[in-house]
Write a protein that binds this ligand. Sequence first.
Ligand SMILES: Nc1ncnc2c1ncn2[C@@H]1O[C@H](COP(=O)(O)OP(=O)(O)O)[C@@H](O)[C@H]1O
Ligand SMILES: CC(=O)OP(=O)(O)O
Ligand SMILES: [Mg+2]
Length: 452
Amino acid sequence: MSVDHRDLILAVNSGSSSLKASLFVCLEEPVAHERSRAVELILSLSLTSISSPSVAQFSFRSKRSQENQEESLDSIKDHAAAFSYFLDRLKKIASIDPERIGHVCHRVVHGGDYLDPVIITKESYSHIEKLSDLAPLHNGAALSVIEACISALPNAISIAYFDTSFHRSIPPHIASNATNQEVAKERGLKKYGFHGLSYSYILRSVANHLGQPVDTLNLVVMHLGSGASVCAIKNGRSLDTSMGLTPADGLPGATRSGAIDPSLIFHYTNRAGRITHDPSMAAEVGVTHAEEILNREAGWKSITGTTDFGKITSNAELDNPDPDVATRNPNRLAFDLFVDRILDYVGSYHLKLDGKVDALVFSGGIGEKGVQLRATISKRVRCLGYQKLDETRNNDLDPKKEVIQISVEGTTEGPGPTDKQKRLLVCHTDEQFEMANDCASDLSRWDTPSST
Ligand SMILES: Nc1ncnc2c1ncn2[C@@H]1O[C@H](COP(=O)(O)OP(=O)(O)O)[C@@H](O)[C@H]1O
Ligand SMILES: CC(=O)OP(=O)(O)O
Ligand SMILES: [Mg+2]
């Protein structure tokens, strides 16, 4: 097949617990609305619960033929195997010739100081590899997919899109830590922030929904999935976000601790149960061991035994008014703890935005499916001047809409400014679209030959 027929873009999203991929066709005439749509979705593939004890769930959805397939697969244990399975399904179910794929966009969580997407070359590959220690659940998995992709699709151009790029606008006093600045600079120890592709998609979707220019929008956005974070957006730019140097900071996640007292790790691992100067009593805690504990042995799994926040919510006895439920029911403990930490960030971000917030946005697997979590948070933020929750809309989200308002117009109360309505929104985020649309918006950028 000739290069002229390489009209497809495959966008691959290596999340900590999932691999999602969407196949798009480039539009010859981009659709000129807020998003300047340059691609159209053909089909999407996803594998969830990879590398967790539960069986991986595969799903295939074709937009054109409206065909859907779901199956459980216990043979797939890592992201590279999941990617090979996707390519096989593309050929077998959708009869897509992989030679038509001209560009592959890969979500790479940690991009360090990269400000823009880059073509994968030997140099960029090794740079991303060096950053793997700072995103232990992500960069390695993404690189394994990139390798599998380059060997299966040698004629396609692979491009890395970074979660970190969106947060380049965070000012130095927010991105820096109160530690020795020379060491910090030399080692790049600062807040990078993650989920940036998702935030960038949500920002434009919400701007479109509210009919407001992006650069006038102030939002507090929550991306709540296996990894969870909150972002304060001021005038369309990231002002602060809850993840930091690594995605382990901020909110707890499926297997991540979130922010803890930095000394906790030493006490957690000390054999004597207390800090001691007796070397025979002190367990050695290497960085790798500490990262393993904070990234893979913590979070919802460590409290409840499951990483599925849907199950945790169902078992949390949310209707039980007994104030001691959380002391005997780990699911309730996990649910209440998550709400508490979310409120920490939501509250402080409202202060940082001087209370001038257009909307609080829920997104990510838990944000989009967690009806009770949304209801609980929505009630707690009423005191900040938010509109009242519309229970019916919250219980039954319109699946066809990208952004759904779940609050009732004209019901703002509390000390916040009454002239500005603070809305509660849910956004079905789409990191794959964000990458593919950017990729297609100026294809000439990728003409430089790759040296991989
Ligand atoms: N009905 C539900 N209610 C609350 N959370 C849910 C529900 N269904 C799935 N989830 C959560 O969504 C998470 C996956 O979110 P997602 O953003 O897709 O993950 P990833 O971080 O891997 O991209 C799962 O870990 C699960 O806890
Ligand atoms: C950055 C991060 O935690 O990503 P995910 O939620 O996809 O695992
Ligand atoms: Mg994700």
